[in-house]
Structures are given as structure tokens and as C-alpha cells.
Design a protein around this ligand. Structure first.
Ligand SMILES: [Zn+2]
Ligand SMILES: [Zn+2]
Length: 197
């Protein structure tokens, strides 16, 4: 059942590092990336993306798929007052030494709310054709594909919450021509109705 992304594998680290890099653009809002095994409630906004991924089964079989599906859900989960990093009065007075402060209270207070958001994601597995194990194998994601989907969801979130002009998602995939057609019967995303044609 483990999604393979809640542990400390180098790839999981890559998801989180890339996420931190891209999402710091929304600072001081706080965004958190977390894997999920379940679909999130409908009030969460949803963004689906795809990538070329690789599967490696314990039996030694390995295959690539152009239908590595990821679904993101995002939602605001709270807000808090910013911890005052604004200089204390004592300090301000010291710096101003008698001059009237140019400090504008009203302006500062409007920026003092920090919004907290959660970005959940689920990656979909496939079953091995050779050993016909019921279990869905976890996909291995190529680093550049991780970066691509995180940039796409960042753009989507920007459009929804931060007035970004809308842009078509990057749908270029790592080059590859799978040897076999997509095996829908063994695809978790297909079985849950998320795998696009
Ligand atoms: Zn196998
Ligand atoms: Zn599928």
C-alpha cells in the first residue's frame, strides 16, 4: 500500500526539493507537499498530469509507460498571523534617533496573514505482465518528469489563487516508444477512471 513517496528515497527527496524550490515563489504563504493514498474530498481542487515512467518488478521484469499518471489535489488548510519580524518599537526608535518614523502601521498589518495550503498527490501504479501479481507496482519517476509536473501544478495553482495569466501545461514527455500498447487491464489509473486516452 505504501505509495513509495513517504519514505526517504532519493527520488522522494527530489520531489520535495523540487517542490520547495518552485513553491517558494508563493512565500510568505506556506505550501506543503504530501503524498496521499486516497482521493481527496471534492472541495479540494484537482489537477491531473502524466509522464513517462518506469516500472521495475521484483521478478526482474521492467517496462516503461507513457501513462504515468499523477493526480494533485490542493486546498487552503488554514491561516495564521505572521510572527512579528517587524522591528520592535524600541529598535525602531533607536534606528530613527528622534526622527519621526516613516513606518506605516496599516500597510504592515494587511501583510501579516499567512495562508497555509496543502498540495496532496497520488501516483498510479501498474501490474506486472510477466508474473501477473495482483499488486500494483510503484512507478519510478524520471527527475525531469517530476520537475515538469510540479511546474505545471504550480502554474495551475498560480492561476487559481495568485492571478497568474493562464497557460497551457507543458505536455512534453521524455522521449520513448513503449514496445507494447498500453495494458489498461493492469493499469491502476485506468481501473479508477483517471487514465486519459
Ligand atoms: Zn513481475
Ligand atoms: Zn491506463
Amino acid at each position: 500500500m505504501a505509495s513509495g513517496f513517504d519514505d526517504d528515497t532519493p527520488l522522494s527527496k527530489h520531489w520535495h526539493e523540487t517542490f520547495d524550490e518552485i513553491f517558494q515563489a508563493f512565500s510568505p504563504d506556506e505550501w506543503k507537499l504530501e503524498p496521499t493514498d486516497r482521493n481527496m474530498p471534492t472541495e479540494w481542487r484537482r489537477f491531473k498530469d502524466g509522464a513517462k515512467v518506469m516500472f521495475i518488478c521484483d521478478c526482474g521484469n521492467s517496462w516503461t509507460s507513457m501513462r504515468g499518471i499523477v493526480i494533485f489535489w490542493f486546498n487552503k488548510i488554514g491561516e495564521s498571523e505572521r510572527k512579528e519580524e517587524v522591528k520592535t518599537n524600541a529598535e525602531t526608535e533607536k534606528n530613527n534617533e528622534g526622527k519621526d518614523g516613516e513606518h506605516c502601521e496599516g500597510e504592515a498589518s494587511s501583510k501579516n496573514t499567512i495562508h497555509q495550503y496543502s498540495l496532496r498527490f497520488k501516483v498510479y501504479g501498474q501490474q506486472c505482465q510477466r508474473c501477473d501479481d495482483e499488486k500494483f507496482q510503484n512507478p519510478e519517476w524520471y527527475k525531469e518528469e517530476v520537475t515538469k509536473v510540479l511546474k505545471n501544478v504550480h502554474q495551475k495553482i498560480g492561476e487559481v489563487f495568485y492571478h497568474f495569466p493562464s497557460k497551457k501545461p507543458d505536455d512534453k514527455k521524455r522521449h520513448g516508444r513503449p514496445r507494447r500498447p498500453h495494458d489498461s487491464k493492469r493499469c491502476q489509473a485506468c481501473s479508477e477512471g483517471h487514465c486519459s486516452k
